[in-house]
Design a protein. Structure first.
Length: 62
């Protein structure tokens, strides 16, 4: 779906979905993703809890 629209429009959809989410979950390597970093900033700005899971270990990032 997102490969069929401009990047900015795809991120707008991501933010709309994230705005309705209870939490943001991230997988190992998310730091290298521009989109994931944008989602993390959005979640922090909007008080959405952020979790990452790496090697089976869950960590809260906020």
């Amino acid at each position: 779906m997102y490969d069929m629209m401009p990047y900015e429009q795809g991120m707008k959809h991501c933010f709309e979905f994230l705005n309705r989410a209870d939490e943001l979950w991230l997988c190992e390597g998310w730091e290298q993703s521009t989109g994931c970093n944008m989602e993390v900033r959005f979640a922090r700005d909007n008080g959405i809890p952020i979790f990452e899971i790496v090697d089976g270990v869950i960590r809260c990032l906020n």
